[in-house]
Design a protein around this ligand. Structure first.
Ligand SMILES: [Ca+2]
Ligand SMILES: [Ca+2]
Length: 66
C-alpha cells in the first residue's frame, strides 16, 4: 500500500511500491519536494578554493653589525 514518496520510504532501501525502482531511483522520491534524502545526489560541489599562497619570503639579511 502507499507509495514511495516519503523520506522514510525513500531511504529504506526497499522498493516500497514495487514498481521496479527503489528509493531515489523511483521518480516518486526523486521528484518529490518533500523527500530530502534524494537531494544529496545532485549536490552542487562548491569550489572552496583558497589559493592563498602565504609565502613570507622575507629574506633574512644577515648583516654583520660591528
Ligand atoms: Ca524505499
Ligand atoms: Ca518504487
Amino acid at each position: 500500500m502507499g507509495g514511495e514518496n516519503t523520506t522514510a520510504a525513500c531511504g529504506d532501501g526497499i522498493d516500497n511500491d514495487c514498481n521496479g525502482f527503489r528509493d531515489c531511483a523511483d521518480f516518486s522520491c526523486s521528484r518529490s519536494t518533500t523527500v530530502t534524502v534524494c537531494r544529496d545526489a545532485s549536490a552542487t560541489d562548491a569550489p572552496t578554493d583558497t589559493g592563498a599562497s602565504t609565502d613570507t619570503g622575507a629574506a633574512a639579511a644577515d648583516v654583520p653589525r660591528d
